[in-house]
Design a binder for this molecule. Structure first.
Ligand SMILES: Nc1ncnc2c1ncn2[C@@H]1O[C@H](COP(=O)(O)OP(=O)(O)OP(=O)(O)O)[C@@H](O)[C@H]1O
Length: 264
């Protein structure tokens, strides 16, 4: 679905990403993890076409990413940022409708029917019906994030790129958000690439993890292979224990306080 070949991205003389080779198959759920400043957001902005690599090539469904027009790309790929939508005066309903941009003609009319039914279904699923006519400016950060996800769903993309999407959500909505994305992935074969700071959440939801460190790939593979105390120590400089999740056996990490770590 996405091929990243020998990609390097520089800001001035600084190499934010170097020699990135990565392949994403359709329907996979990838988590991108790594310390602050390791290049995660830069990689996402390259995948979304917002920025272009200095070297190397990114292709999407067999075509160079740079050859896609704006509407063309919007039907394939949607992006959800950490603070998905600003507190603007548009209502929730209006914002979700904006997700249909790529399917409208120059007068703002849909080329095919069925949009109204789709919007109703999405609002119901996201529990946004009661908020439909409220302006974003008087919603909480978490409610705005749900509206942002609804807008992305209305876009009906094949790939969704998420940049730390659960940062401002409480634990209930973090889980609800991840469950919605995972359900959407299962039901419609959505391909997901998500920057994640919460490694335990990444372990529960991602099929594969890409580890960045200092702009280079420090590992890629299944969470069971990647989330080991040795990697946590070499990449994040923290000590941890690893235990299996009682439900699924997925690895979960317990962080160790420095005062409890006995010198050998
Ligand atoms: N527009 C820019 N100009 C100059 N340097 C930049 C720019 N954008 C990012 N960088 C630098 O590139 C490196 C990677 O930044 P990036 O935002 O991709 O990291 P990240 O892994 O997403 O970090 P975080 O976890 O803190 O969000 C950092 O050192 C950052 O300072």
């Amino acid at each position: 679905m996405i091929q990243v070949k020998e990609v390097t991205k520089c800001y001035g003389k600084f190499k934010a990403l170097q020699d990135i080779d990565w392949s994403i198959a359709p329907g996979e759920f990838w988590g991108v993890i790594g310390p602050n400043g390791s290049g995660k957001s830069t990689l996402l902005s390259l995948l979304s076409g917002v920025e272009a690599p200095d070297r190397g090539e990114i292709s999407l469904a067999g075509r160079s990413l740079s050859s896609y027009g704006r509407k063309d790309l919007s039907r394939k790929l949607a992006v959800l940022q950490q603070d998905g939508l600003p507190p603007i005066a548009y209502t929730v309903r209006e914002v979700i409708e904006m997700g249909r941009f790529a399917y409208q003609d120059w007068r703002g009319r849909e080329k095919q029917g069925g949009a109204e039914e789709l919007l109703q279904r999405i609002m119901k699923r996201m529990e946004l019906e009661e908020l439909a006519h409220r302006p974003l400016s008087n919603l909480s950060g978490g409610q705005r994030q749900r509206a942002a996800l609804a807008k992305v769903m209305a876009q009906q993309p094949e790939i969704v790129l998420l940049d730390e999407p659960t940062t401002y959500l409480d634990i209930r909505y973090q889980m609800q958000f991840m469950d919605l994305i995972a359900g959407w992935q299962r039901e419609e074969g959505l391909t997901v690439v998500s920057v994640m700071h919460d490694l335990n959440l990444a372990s529960l939801y991602c099929d594969r993890l890409l580890v960045l460190n200092g702009g280079r790939i420090a590992g890629q593979g299944a969470p069971g292979d990647i989330l080991v105390p040795e990697t946590l120590e070499s990449v994040f400089h923290v000590k941890s224990y690893r235990i299996p999740h009682p439900d699924s056996g997925a690895p979960q990490l317990l962080l160790r306080k420095a005062e409890n770590i006995m010198p050998r």
